[in-house]
Design a protein around this ligand. Structure first.
Ligand SMILES: Cc1cc2nc3c(=O)[nH]c(=O)nc-3n(C[C@H](O)[C@H](O)[C@H](O)COP(=O)(O)O)c2cc1C
Length: 274
């Protein structure tokens, strides 16, 4: 999974041919294998998979406002509209994206630019669809349009670690040779809505506290749910994957005593045994 974190990038242009039955079976099985996974707050994601109607020759095609081209299929998930459910959604959904990346498939988180109504039939009452993703084989050539989207979102750029990670106090940037710097690199590489990279991390004694620095409007207004809570879940997923691969024992904990900040909203902490 660590390699998949390094390799993954958003794919918005796909090869034109539909998925073979075998490919479709494998993708569905991969998604289904995460149906029981729970995020750090204990909630699972309810997944769905649908072929892109365009490929099936139906009238109405699954729409994404032109951001995605030739996608043979989509998958998505549903959950309840609370902060904790959304963090868990980010955590679990990112695992699926990384598993599909490992298998060579292209994906892209879509939280804003898809026709929500077309997927609504997959959501049980009281559930929302925080995100969907196309899935297929990436086109060999990135189109000019995709290049423009990437450039607009600054997709290849990431903030340096010392801008998002701190030690002891928010005023003290994380040392480059901090024992957790390697694992936090995997948080830094993560995708985030409009590449805003809202994660802020404070390493202090045997704990690492995760926070979000909201972009104005992203908490709820623009989308009807807290889009950046998903980014929080993605960050926790990446950190856990890195810690597991480095063999560092840890657990998630909600720390009532985590330092407060007027700029950042607390999400969750990771506690180390030694
Ligand atoms: C929660 C979330 C929502 C996103 N929503 C959209 C979207 O609606 N449309 C889109 O084109 N990209 C979307 N993205 C993709 C980001 O723009 C992309 O991850 C970011 O620019 C970094 O680029 P990369 O994924 O290639 O590393 C979203 C990403 C995340 C994590």
């Amino acid at each position: 999974m660590k390699e998949a974190i390094r390799k993954r990038r958003s794919v918005r242009t796909y090869q034109k041919q539909p998925l073979t039955d075998e490919q479709q079976k494998r993708i569905k099985e991969t998604i289904a294998s995460y149906a029981d996974m729970r995020g750090p707050f204990g909630h699972p994601v309810k997944f769905f998979f649908t072929q892109s109607n365009k490929q099936e020759g139906k009238k109405e095609k699954v729409g994404t406002y032109g951001f995605v081209k030739n996608a043979p299929a989509y998958f998505g998930g549903t959950t309840q509209n609370t902060f904790r459910h959304l963090v868990d959604f980010g955590y679990v959904f990112e695992h699926v994206l990384l598993a599909l990346t490992e298998q060579g498939y292209g994906t892209v988180w879509l939280g804003g630019t898809f026709h929500r109504k077309q997927f609504q039939r997959f959501a049980a009452k009281g559930h929302i669809i925080p995100a969907v993703s196309p899935v297929g084989v990436a086109a060999e050539k990135t189109t000019l349009r995709e290049k423009a989207i990437r450039k607009f979102a600054g997709a290849s750029n990431r903030k340096p670690l010392e801008e998002i990670a701190f030690q002891n106090e928010f005023s003290e940037p994380l040392d480059k040779d901090h024992p957790l710097a390697d694992a936090l690199e995997y948080v830094r590489m993560g995708p985030s809505a409009s590449n805003k990279q809202p994660w802020r991390i404070l390493a202090r004694s045997k704990k690492v506290h995760f926070y979000l620095r909201y972009h104005p409007g992203y908490r709820e207004k623009a989308f009807g749910y807290n889009l950046q809570a998903l980014d929080g879940g993605i960050a926790l997923a990446h950190f856990k994957i890195a810690l597991d691969s480095f063999g560092k024992h840890h657990r998630f904990t909600y720390d009532q005593k985590a330092p407060k900040s007027s700029l950042y909203e607390y999400v969750l902490s990771v506690e180390f045994k030694d």
